[in-house]
Write a new protein. Structure first.
Length: 235
C-alpha cells in the first residue's frame, strides 16, 4: 500500500518510490539491491558493498556512513523471513544471501566437466573414513556444499559459516559434539580437530594449512566454476 502511495507521490517514478520505500523501512541499499533477482548475495563490510550475481562478484556504490549500513543490516535481519534471506556474520563482514537459490549439486559439477567421477569418488572415500577434505579458491564454499551429500547419513554435523546440513544428518551445537564439520574458515577448534583426525571435515579456504586426506583447488568464479583439481599435500 505504501509503495503505491509513494509511486503516486513521485509522479509514477517507481524506481525513486522503491528507494524511498526501502529507506522508510530502514533497509536502504540492501533492500534496493534485493529487488534484482539475479543478485544472490550482498556483502557488506563497513560502508563497502559487493554483490554476487550471474556475472561474478562486483562492487557497487556503498553506504554513506557505517551507521547507516549498520541500521540497514539490522532492518534486514528483522525482515529476513519476509525477504527469504539469510544473514551471516563473518568477521568484519555481513553476507545477505537468498535462501531460495538452487544450490550446485555434485551431479551438476560432474555434468559440467568441472569435476571427474574419479575425484568425486576419492572425496567420498575420504569422508566415509571421517578424514578431512579441504578446498581452496573463490568458489570453494560452493563446492563444499555440493560435496556435503557424500557425508554418511545419521552423522552429527557442525555447520560453520556457509555450511550445510546434509539430508539425513543431525545438527551439532559445536565441533566438540560433531562427527563432521562443514564450513568456510571454521578456525579453532574445528581445524585442529580435523588435523588430528578427531572429526571428519569439509573445509573451504581453511585458516591453517593443515594436513588433509584430500586437498582441492577450484578455478573460476563462483558463478562459473571451471575445474576442481587435486593437489599434493606439501607436508
Amino acid at each position: 500500500m505504501w509503495l503505491d502511495v509513494l509511486v503516486r507521490e513521485t509522479g509514477g517514478d517507481e524506481l525513486t518510490a522503491r528507494r524511498v520505500h526501502h529507506v522508510l523501512y530502514g533497509q536502504h541499499l540492501i533492500g534496493e539491491l534485493w529487488q534484482d533477482k539475479t543478485i544472490v548475495e550482498v556483502h557488506i563490510r563497513g560502508t563497502r558493498v559487493l554483490v554476487v550475481d550471474n556475472r561474478g562478484i562486483r562492487e557497487v556504490s556503498g553506504f554513506p556512513t557505517a551507521a547507516v549500513a549498520a541500521r540497514a543490516i539490522e532492518a534486514v535481519e528483522a525482515a529476513k523471513e519476509r525477504m527469504r534471506a539469510m544473514v551471516t556474520r563473518i568477521g568484519d563482514s555481513v553476507v545477505v544471501s537468498r535462501i531460495d537459490t538452487k544450490p550446485l549439486t555434485l551431479s551438476d559439477l560432474i555434468t559440467s566437466g568441472a569435476l571427474t567421477e574419479d575425484l568425486a569418488s576419492q572425496v567420498g572415500s575420504a569422508l566415509e573414513h571421517m578424514d578431512a577434505v579441504t578446498v581452496i579458491g573463490p568458489a570453494a564454499r560452493v563446492v563444499i556444499r555440493a560435496f556435503a551429500s557424500l557425508i554418511p547419513p545419521e552423522s552429527r554435523v557442525f555447520e560453520g559459516s556457509y555450511g550445510i546440513l546434509p539430508d539425513g544428518c543431525v545438527a551439532a551445537a559445536s565441533p566438540l559434539d560433531a562427527d563432521y564439520v562443514i564450513g568456510v574458515r571454521p578456525g579453532v577448534p574445528a581445524e585442529p580437530m580435523a588435523a588430528a583426525g578427531q572429526v571428519g571435515a569439509l573445509i573451504a579456504n581453511p585458516e591453517t594449512d593443515f594436513r588433509a586426506a584430500v586437498r582441492l583447488v577450484v578455478s573460476g568464479r563462483i558463478s562459473s566454476i571451471r575445474k576442481v583439481t587435486r593437489v599434493q599435500d606439501p607436508f
